[in-house]
Structure formats: structure tokens, C-alpha cells
Design a protein around this ligand. Structure first.
Ligand code: MN
Ligand code: MN
Length: 466
């Protein structure tokens, strides 16, 4: 009797694995094999955007710029400066009834090169760097790093760089002080022990054979780069070169139940949403997928979510569908729904004191819904309306998708934000919806395979709903 009452009234938050049958278990594992493979080829926003475009084209999506008219069922994408992508499947209902949007970001914390990066010191050659996004600097020393990105010569010629991924490639690293001489360093605060100005990448040691040259190792590096890519030192000023961990995504644990990989914030959500969109039949409401850039540094710039390029994409859809009225774009947004797809800092038993365990996200307990994000008193949060939370919750329950409603850390501990409020400002109903991650923003982030698959199912169910 009492047992029944408990079952009926109390919230059940057990591991999703306990509710996973053999069939689903196999689906989860094969889905995550594809996910890990995609991550290994999509470590930067440019690589992700390129691979997303390829996948979209294979699935019948066309560049919206090449199309004059749009009809129900048409699939289009817009590639914004090779760093963000917006995709859509035109629904059965008029656009003015609203869109169903899933938005994720494809940039991840990393280390960028400075515009004048190359120097020699102590007969070693280095690249000077400037980190991108919120990193704990000490985590990025003494690990193998790859160099990814582009160099654009003054004549417009573009050179694509990807060094450190192939087993035959060299890797690069940022050195750290040996413990024997770290007496002073080890008394410093964690955030200050490694200085940003000292995050310099070791790139070479062999001098050129020319006794008249002062910086022989530096010149040898330039000679190698010139022979291989036709570069001169000044070409670095018009480059975007990013340092990312060179290790591969791997299954984690004796049970293989987790994924350890670089960049799961937020490629976990961008991959799962992209994948769900690829498998979607013509929806009722037009389905839109945002894969945006620059989230980790505030969503600024013309590839970030704060730019008007997304509005332009939706305007183009309206124009090409022949739907046009004054101020229609505002109406579209005010009738739209969105899942802001971003990962959440999961409950870590090693650091339990920063979390409220009744409101934390746990690995393997399903997708996370954040009604609000923000910092100390919800500052900066869009805070989803209870009505919309109920709508999303009902959708997930109807589709048997496991979810948890959570917030990031204890009230005064800190916090964070996503792109949610930028769309909410346009009038869209938005809630954050992602997966719990451990070691978020570290070179190697950890997520549960159960949650990764559940995120994919959630985004698909959202787009399929009315
Ligand atoms: Mn994120
Ligand atoms: Mn982040």
C-alpha cells in the first residue's frame, strides 16, 4: 500500500540504462560509434560546418542560394562564411504558424594562434597563442595538440591546415615546469599558476645550416612551411589556426558506457540534432537546425548567434516560399518554439560540494532541461515559461524520452549561459535542452552514451511534433 503510494507520487530518477532493452542498447552503441567517428573529423567549427554540409547534401539538402522557389518538403541549408550553418525542412503548415528550431553551437574552447605567432627562444621554435573560450589553462599543457585551420594568402589563395591527427603526423605541445623546480609555481592559485602569455606551443628544434643566420630554428620552420605550403611569415596575419587536442574520441569504462572526447560541448548536441534532421520526413511545422559559431566567446561576430544572418536565412525562406506580409518575420519568431541544444555540467561525485544534488544533472539519467541558466540570481537567463516547460515535458513523456530538469551548480557558485536568450529576445519560446557532461571545457570531456542517444531522440521528436 505505502509502496504503491510512493511509486505513484514521487519522482523517479534512476539510470536510463535500467530501462534499456537489448534492442535499444545496440542502437545506442552503434549511434555512438558514428558520433565518435564524426567528432574525430570535426574538431573545429570550420570542419564541423564542412562535414555538416556534406552530410546534408547527401541527404537531399540544397544551398538556398541556388533555389528560386520553396515548397513543402524542400530541404535547404545556408553556409555562413564556412563557420556556421542553418538548415531547414519546409513544413506542411505556413511558416507564419511558427518554426520548430533546434540550435546548437559548433565552436569549442581551444587555443588560437596570435597574428604574429612565430618566434625562437633558447634555440627552440614556438607559436605564441591566445586562448579561446573558458579554459582551465593548466589542463592544456603537456598534452598532444594538433593545428587546424586556414591560412589565406594576400592573393586570396586558401590553405587548409590539419596537422597532428594522422598517426604519421607530428604533434605539438605546451611544456610545463618539472616538479623539482616548481616550488614557487605550486604555491600559486590554480588559475594563476599557468599564465595565458606562457601558453606557447613548442614547434621545432632543428637549426638551419647557415652560420650567418641569427634565429636558425625559426628560419628552418619557415623553410619547411614555405616548401610545403608556399608560406612566408607575414601570411600568418591572415590565418585562423586553432590548437585542439590530437587525441581521438574513445569509449570510456570497462562497460564502454561513456564517450571521452574533445569538444562534446557542444558537438554532442550539434551532431545529434543534425543527425535527427537528416532522418526527418516532411514535418508539420518547418524544422530549422542552427549550428552556430562563437558561442564560447559570447556569440558575437557575423558567424555568432547575435548576428542577423539567421534572420536573413528565415527571410529568404519566406521570400522563396512566396509568403510575404509586413513584419512577417517578427510574427514567425513569436509563434516559434525552440530547444536550445547545449550540454550541461553534470554532477561529479569528486566535486559534489559545488552542486545541489536535488537539482543537478546526472550522467545516464536522460536529457537535461534547464528552465533557466544565468549567474547568481538567474542574471542573464531567459527563463522558460512554465507553460512551455509543460509543453516540452509532455512531448518527451509521450515519446518515452528520459529527461531531467536541472540547473548548473549551487545558487551562488557561478553559472553560465547559452544562445537561448538571443532567440527568446526575438519572441521564440525557448528552453535549454542537452546532456550532462563531466570535465566540461577540458581537453577531454565525458558524456554518457545513453544521454547522447536520448538527445538525438528528443530533437527528432520535437521536430516531428505539431
Ligand atoms: Mn555549450
Ligand atoms: Mn561551453
Amino acid at each position: 500500500m505505502e509502496d504503491n503510494l510512493e511509486n505513484k507520487l514521487t519522482s523517479k530518477k534512476q539510470s536510463g540504462w535500467l530501462e534499456t532493452d537489448d534492442n535499444k542498447f545496440n542502437q545506442i552503441f552503434s549511434f555512438c560509434d558514428c558520433y565518435m567517428n564524426f567528432l574525430n573529423h570535426s574538431k573545429t567549427e570550420r570542419e564541423f560546418a564542412f562535414n555538416a554540409k556534406q552530410l546534408a547534401e547527401e541527404n537531399g539538402f540544397r544551398d538556398i542560394n541556388t533555389i528560386q522557389t520553396l515548397n513543402e518538403g524542400d530541404k535547404v541549408y545556408y553556409l555562413n562564411r564556412e563557420k556556421s550553418v542553418y538548415l531547414a525542412i519546409i513544413g506542411k503548415q505556413p511558416i507564419e504558424n511558427g518554426l520548430h528550431i533546434v540550435g546548437a553551437h559548433i565552436d569549442s574552447p581551444r587555443i588560437d594562434l596570435k597574428p604574429n605567432p612565430l618566434y625562437e627562444d633558447g634555440e627552440l621554435a614556438y607559436f605564441n597563442t591566445h586562448y579561446y573560450g573558458g579554459i582551465k589553462k593548466y589542463q592544456w599543457t603537456t598534452i598532444p595538440l594538433s593545428i587546424h585551420g586556414v591560412i589565406i594568402k594576400a592573393n586570396g589563395e586558401k590553405i587548409t591546415i590539419n596537422i597532428g591527427e594522422d598517426a604519421n603526423d607530428p604533434i605539438f605541445t605546451i611544456t610545463d615546469l618539472l616538479p623539482h623546480l616548481a616550488r614557487e609555481q605550486s604555491t600559486k592559485k590554480l588559475g594563476e599558476a599557468i599564465e595565458g602569455e606562457n601558453l606557447n606551443l613548442l614547434i621545432g628544434s632543428i637549426p638551419i645550416l647557415d652560420k650567418n643566420v641569427k634565429e636558425k630554428v625559426k628560419l628552418n620552420i619557415l623553410k619547411i612551411l614555405n616548401e610545403k605550403y608556399g608560406l612566408i611569415e607575414d601570411d600568418f596575419v591572415s590565418s585562423e589556426l586553432e590548437l585542439v587536442p590530437s587525441f581521438k574520441a574513445r569509449s570510456l569504462g570497462f562497460d564502454y558506457g561513456m564517450v571521452a572526447a574533445y569538444g562534446q560541448d557542444d558537438k554532442l548536441c550539434s551532431y545529434t540534432s543534425l543527425k535527427a534532421l537528416m532522418e526527418l520526413n516532411t514535418p508539420e511545422k518547418t524544422a530549422v537546425c542552427i549550428l552556430t559559431d562563437k558561442e564560447e566567446i559570447g556569440s558575437y561576430g557575423n558567424t555568432g548567434m547575435k548576428s542577423h544572418v539567421f534572420d536573413y536565412f528565415i527571410s529568404e525562406i519566406l521570400n522563396k516560399k512566396g509568403e510575404n506580409k509586413p513584419n512577417l518575420l517578427d510574427k514567425v519568431f513569436c509563434h516559434s518554439k525552440m530547444l536550445s541544444a547545449d550540454v550541461d555540467g553534470g554532477y561529479d561525485p569528486l566535486y559534489r560540494n559545488v552542486s545541489d544534488k536535488y537539482n543537478s544533472s546526472f550522467l545516464s539519467k536522460g536529457i537535461t532541461l534547464n528552465k533557466y541558466t544565468g549567474v547568481r540570481g538567474k542574471s542573464g537567463a531567459s527563463d522558460a515559461n512554465a507553460e512551455y516547460v509543460a509543453w516540452v515535458r509532455n512531448l518527451l513523456e509521450q515519446n518515452n524520452i528520459k529527461y531531467q530538469v536541472t540547473e548548473l551548480g549551487k545558487v551562488d557558485e557561478g553559472g553560465g549561459g547559452t544562445i537561448a536568450y538571443m532567440l527568446a529576445n526575438k519572441g521564440v519560446d525557448v528552453i535549454d535542452c542537452g546532456a550532462a557532461v563531466l570535465s566540461m571545457h577540458a581537453p577531454y570531456e565525458v558524456a554518457s552514451k545513453f544521454d547522447i542517444y536520448e538527445a538525438y531522440r528528443a530533437y527528432k521528436a520535437f521536430w516531428e511534433s505539431v
